[in-house]
Design a binder for this molecule. Structure first.
Ligand SMILES: [Zn+2]
Length: 412
């Protein structure tokens, strides 16, 4: 039985470790620029590894540079309980995105060690390689290879803007390991993360019990009209793709509100060609991002958009091509892990709510292989991927306490 229900993380120590890590790649606006596989990423990894070695953990590094700090259990034949996130940041990133999940895991190892607690199952704290995808695309590279979504050899060849490859940079910083980048037996996986959105703060909740990750569809919509002179051509004689675009875009936002509160529509890029102020454009290229946490709703939004495109283009005598360029299926986290988090939150008494992640995380790939869930804590103004990203020490400690109790429940 787990009689460690009174066990708590050391709030000050957790905060101090976050601030210490934030010095590596600190920007003068108070954020971090610690991109994947740079010298700064190496420093951050070395600090984590050194801290875990001091606690007696075994350090395993796989072929794509994922780090596994393994705290043995009483029975090491049993599958591990894992937690982790990432140490790399955006070029203008903050101090908490990803780092919090890793250092909350480290704090848990410290608490268990100082209280001489032995768990039945081994516990592993993981640093996933290149979650951000800002230097090397795509994002979630380490967990993507590990889960079989990305091929290792192709990933090694991926280049940054300077022409340096993932494989060479891994070797240069000393994190190209020998361990096969595939899942070993795992009982449960948890990831603590700042929310990166405003919902918990607005609802005055300290903990988000994350039940899944939104599904997403990306489209490139190409509309073709007839270029003509802005002056002499009467309005009724035009085939103007902008006229067709306007109701389509309006409809995208309508889809999001009709499927509220979780529906999302984003038009992030619109390009008019040839792009001349006094010519009706020949071509418009529009990028559309649709999201929702329920698979049937995402599919329905996609179907309705396709019909609307046909209708509007017919009305304005414009040609169209609606191409899906990327999709991410809806992730539903495992009931076993959601309930471990829920009972931990309830026993700790923190204000909480269930929430769906709007952003992708390593847990998306991890969840394809092993039972997984996440724990969110609020961040100031919902701001993330920003140097001003901030979170409260109380909230960070609360999230780490939930993580601690959920891990103990699964590892005992
Ligand atoms: Zn992150």
């Amino acid at each position: 039985m787990n009689d460690n229900s009174t066990l708590r993380v050391n709030q000050q120590r957790l905060w101090d470790s976050l601030m210490q890590m934030a010095e590596i790649g600190a920007t003068n606006k108070g954020g971090c620029n610690r991109q994947a596989l740079t010298g700064l990423d190496k420093q951050a990894r070395d600090l984590f590894v050194c801290n875990c070695r001091q606690l007696g953990c075994d350090i395993l590094i796989d072929e794509i540079g994922n780090i596994f700090a393994r705290r043995p259990g009483k029975n090491n034949q049993l599958p591990a309980v894992i937690t982790g996130s990432h140490l790399d940041t955006q070029p203008t990133g903050g101090k908490f995105d990803g780092v919090y999940g890793v250092l909350a895991g480290l704090e848990i190892l410290r608490v268990l060690t100082e209280h001489r607690i032995e768990t039945e199952h081994p516990i592993e704290v993981i640093v996933w390689t290149n979650e951000e995808g800002s230097r090397f695309s795509p994002a979630c590279m380490g967990s993507g290879v590990w889960s079989g979504n990305l091929a290792l050899h192709d990933t090694y060849q991926t280049m940054d803007k300077e022409g340096l490859t993932v494989g060479d940079e891994l070797k240069r910083i000393g994190y190209k390991g020998n361990l096969s980048a595939t899942p070993r037996p795992i009982k449960a996986a948890f990831e603590a993360h700042i929310e990166q959105g405003p919902i918990l703060e607005k609802q005055h909740k300290q903990i988000g019990i994350v039940t899944g990750i939104q599904g997403l569809r990306w489209y490139e919509l190409t509309l073709g009209g007839m270029p003509c002179h802005a002056g002499p051509t009467p309005m009724e004689d035009r085939k103007d793709p902008v006229q067709a675009m306007l109701p389509i875009l309006q409809f995208c936002y309508q889809l999001a509100t009709d499927n509220g509160p979780w529906g999302r529509a984003t038009i992030g890029d619109i390009q008019a060609l040839p792009g001349s102020p006094n010519t009706v454009p020949e071509t418009l290229k529009i990028n559309i991002d649709l999201r929702h946490p329920q698979a049937n709703v995402v599919a329905d939004m996609a179907d309705k958009l396709a019909l609307k495109v046909i209708e509007c283009c017919k009305e304005h005598e414009v040609t169209h091509q609606l191409q899906e360029t990327w999709r991410m299926e809806v992730t539903n986290f495992a009931p076993q892990c959601i309930s471990a988090v829920t009972s931990a939150v309830e026993s700790l008494g923190y204000p909480h709510m269930e929430i769906v992640s709007g952003a992708g995380h390593d847990s998306l790939y991890v969840a394809q292989q092993v039972p997984t869930s996440m724990i969110f804590v609020p961040c100031e103004g919902g701001l993330s991927h920003n140097e001003a990203e901030n979170a409260q020490s109380d909230d960070l400690a609360a999230g780490a306490n939930v993580l601690l109790q959920a891990i103990l429940q699964q590892a005992y």
